[in-house]
Ligand binder design. Structure first.
Ligand code: ZN
Length: 365
């Protein structure tokens, strides 16, 4: 009898050991699958595999319970794992065949979700024992971190486009940006600007200003922005607005902005790069790196690993595993007399800011 009890205690002991050390439990009972890369674009966590993007990822909590069924990953960098769909806690990641996801390279992803109802979540993806561990916890956004970074294009010596009546693009961009910042702050978001006066961000250094400290690309990383909205006004013989998104992303945010702006403004019908009326991708083929890439550097370089930044000046930045979801908006053509006077109006600028803020809020919620 004592012997049987002794054996029973040993069995309970071993079981408790495995459940309290579920790391070991998972390591022993699951096959392993090496991932290609993990990165963040906006709020979305992407995990890519060497052979396919079609894998589903299962999240297991520490006791081995599968959480909220399965989360599908695909090729669009803003449609990976949505941290808002997951309860706070710690998880192991397995593929659809229950193979434990691992990486030989060190994974150290750490970011905050956008503020909603005064709340933020910290998301961490690490591989301390080789296999991937995801942790979500409720935490306040640290000082110096922003949900949204607004980039008023040009500034200082660089005035951008000019209209025949004297409108300067850099001023128009700043006017709308300041108004957009107020609108978004009223909605409860933490918002920064790459410039708040008539200066060129990053102008103090010798290199290319955008990639210097405080430059408009560097700030996306320095301020940990989840969304990056660059505002411009166009020239080149056309009319109406154009909204550009990354060719690697879905166009959900860009579509929301187009839909909102279309209620009061006319979308451009420029054919180059048009996906839908007012909605654009603009690409170039990078011969050095042998792949098609986003043309606009504020879209390409602020997205980190996910958008495959190419500039050598920005190599450390573009290889960051956490990037911003970036959009560039050309609000109108100011070399067109009608557009120039329209966009110079304070009322129109307020309206544009209001519509863009509504679109962002709708996308985030
Ligand atoms: Zn511009």
């Amino acid at each position: 009898m004592i012997k049987k009890l002794f054996i029973l205690f040993i069995i309970i002991g071993i079981s408790l050991f495995f459940f309290s050390n579920s790391n070991i439990f998972f390591q022993i009972t699951h096959d392993k699958l090496e991932i290609d890369q993990a990165n963040v674009y906006g709020e979305s966590l992407n995990i890519s595999f060497n052979d396919s993007f079609e894998n589903k990822i299962n999240l297991y909590d520490q006791n081995g319970n599968v959480f909220d069924q399965e989360i599908e990953t695909n090729e669009e960098i803003d449609h990976g794992i949505d941290p808002l769909d997951i309860k706070s806690g710690k998880y192991f990641l397995l593929d659809e065949n229950d193979q434990l996801l691992t990486s030989e390279e060190e994974i150290n992803i750490d970011y905050y979700t956008v503020t909603r109802d005064n709340k933020n979540y910290n998301i961490k993806l690490t591989n301390p024992h080789g296999y991937l561990e995801l942790e979500k916890s409720k935490e306040k956004l640290p000082d110096g971190y922003y949900d949204i970074l607004i980039d008023p294009g040009h500034g200082g010596q660089d005035v951008g486009s000019t209209g025949s009546q004297g409108a300067e693009e850099s001023n128009l961009n700043l006017e709308v940006s300041l108004k957009l910042k107020s609108e978004l702050e009223e909605m409860g978001y933490t918002v920064g600007l790459t410039r708040s006066d008539d200066s060129l961000p990053g102008d103090e250094c010798d290199g290319i200003s955008s990639y210097c400290e405080n430059g408009r690309v560097s700030q996306a990383y320095e301020k940990h922005a989840r969304l990056y909205i660059s505002l411009h006004h166009n020239t080149g013989g056309g009319s109406g607005f154009e909204v550009y998104s990354s060719l690697h992303s879905s166009d959900d945010l860009a579509s929301e902005i187009v839909n909102q702006l279309s209620t009061e403004l006319t979308p451009s019908s420029k054919e180059t790069g048009m996906i839908d009326l007012g909605l654009y991708n603009y690409t170039f083929y990078d011969e050095e790196y042998m792949f098609e890439s986003d043309y606009y550097y504020v879209i390409r370089e602020t997205g980190g690993l996910a958008t495959k930044g190419t500039s050598e000046e920005n190599l450390t930045r573009s290889q960051s595993p956490v990037g911003s979801e970036s959009i560039l908006i050309e609000l109108g053509y100011i070399d067109n007399l009608k557009d120039e006077s329209f966009h110079s109006s304070q009322e129109v600028q307020s309206l544009e800011a209001n519509l863009i803020a509504k679109a962002i809020d709708s996308y985030l919620n």
